[in-house]
Design a protein around this ligand. Structure first.
Ligand code: ADP
Ligand code: ASP
Ligand code: MG
Length: 408
């Protein structure tokens, strides 16, 4: 007898018919005598709808109240799925995150899971029931409802799989696995049979929203057998693994991109010790995360300083920078919130030179201007105008032959 955690994303539970189809799939596993915990997201579009409702009330809603609101989406789907299972004669019981209890810290809207109590789930599983758990939510130690950040149901699933020592965790979604890049942008993208944790982590953190980054961190840390599959078609999907062998011959395994970027530049900053701190200190104090940072070499005792932030934080970051400009003795603040970050990722990069130059040559050939560059051992990221996103992704996909099968 095996124990599985299955997670179904928003599109997979987007209508009554789809919830019924999920119930059929779950029942089949249950009928084989296996134990199963199902995690579901809110119906597709629901979380966005709730966010929009909140914004109509207040431009910056209180985050605790936001979590009370957002958690309702998943509460709808757990109950409906449980009913669909009952209708099929399959015993099932639904739970909110708080009922389980999934204990988190108190960082509302981006909480981290601290502990999971498996008592109730174990009792239900032993009694032959399917356990249906609301993704994306938990409670803090004062019983306040918390949510885990967008895409957080993936993390709920992996965390439950770790806590229950499940045999496998399956993430069922609207694509049949992890692809060399988002198949919606490059139809020639190829499904990968396997991808390493390290690469998946990098892809997720660079914008591939197929898995929430924390779910990959969790799976790596607790050695959860994690697979991404389609809710709608049969297939073996993509296994996230520690094995590197299959991809050793590939220099670049995937292309990630992030549309949520904006950049800010402060020019003519006196080139003195402590300047970076003076610029970024107030940004950090305002809880704004900074991604790429570039400081130019000073040639006239002044320097230019550029950094990127999430597009949502752009107006606040720009205002903070403008406020501090005079005090810093800087010339001016400029910004651009129509940029994107495109990244190539691959563990094969470690041992090969010349990948960056291929990347830059490819973009140059398409007439795409690179505004910023950052590199690490297994990735190279560039910032470009958002109008070039699709062109850049497709050109790089072809240049690194990602549409071709890897010869082993
Ligand atoms: P769910 O609602 O099931 O959680 P998401 O929308 O969060 O689904 O994630 C699935 C989507 O991720 C796909 O529809 C696809 O557009 C996108 N995606 C981005 N990068 C990739 C990639 N490298 N491989 C597969 N899908 C990707
Ligand atoms: N419903 C949440 C979201 O849309 C969580 C999830 O689907 O994973 O982000
Ligand atoms: Mg998702």
């Amino acid at each position: 007898m095996a124990l599985y955690v299955y997670k179904f994303g928003g599109t997979s539970v987007g209508s009554v018919e789809r919830i019924k189809a999920v119930a059929e799939k779950v029942k089949k596993v249950h009928d084989l005598g296996d134990q199963i915990v199902v995690v579901v997201s809110a119906m597709s579009g629901e979380t966005n709808r709730l966010v929009a409702l909140a914004k109509e009330m207040q431009p910056q809603p209180n985050e605790r109240e936001m979590d009370v609101l957002l958690s309702t989406g998943e509460q709808v789907t757990v109950s409906l799925l449980s009913m669909a299972l009952h209708e099929l004669g399959c015993p099932a019981c639904s739970y909110t995150g708080g009922q389980v209890k999934i204990l988190t810290d108190s960082s509302h809207t981006k909480a981290r899971i601290r502990n999971i109590d498996d008592t109730r789930m174990r009792a239900d599983l032993s009694a032959g029931k399917v356990v249906v758990v609301a993704g994306f939510q938990g409670v803090d130690e004062n019983n306040n409802i918390t949510t885990l950040g967008r895409g957080g149901s993936d993390t709920t699933a992996v965390a439950l799989a770790a806590a229950l020592k499940a045999d496998e965790c399956h993430i069922y979604t609207d694509v049949d696995g992890v692809y060399t890049t988002d198949p919606r942008v490059e139809p020639k993208a190829r499904r990968l049979d396997k991808i390493t944790f390290e690469e998946m982590l990098e892809m997720a953190s660079l914008g591939s929203k197929v898995l929430q980054i924390r779910s990959v961190e969790f799976a790596g840390k607790y050695n959860v057998a994690l697979r991404v599959l389609s809710s709608f078609t049969e297939g073996k999907g993509t296994l996230i693994t520690y094995e590197e062998s299959q991809m050793e011959s590939a220099l670049v395994s995937g292309i990630a991109f992030n549309r949520d970027e904006a950049k800010l530049t402060i020019t003519g900053v006196p080139d003195l010790p402590g300047v970076a701190f003076k610029i970024l200190g107030p940004i950090a104090d305002a809880n704004i995360e900074v991604d790429m940072i570039i400081q130019n070499i000073a040639d006239d005792a002044t320097t230019d300083f550029t950094f990127t932030v999430h597009r949502n934080d752009y107006p606040r970051a720009k205002a903070l920078l403008e406020n501090g400009c005079a005090e810093l003795g800087a010339r001016k603040v400029t910004g651009d919130d129509s940029i994107v970050k495109v990244s190539i990722v691959g563990v094969g990069m470690r041992s090969h030179a010349g990948i960056a130059s291929t990347m830059f040559k490819t973009l140059a050939k398409e007439g795409i201007n690179i505004k910023m560059i950052s590199t690490s051992e297994i990735k190279i990221s560039v910032v470009v105008d958002e109008k070039y996103l699709e062109l850049a992704v497709r050109a790089l996909h072809a240049a690194f032959k990602l549409d071709q099968e890897i010869e082993s």
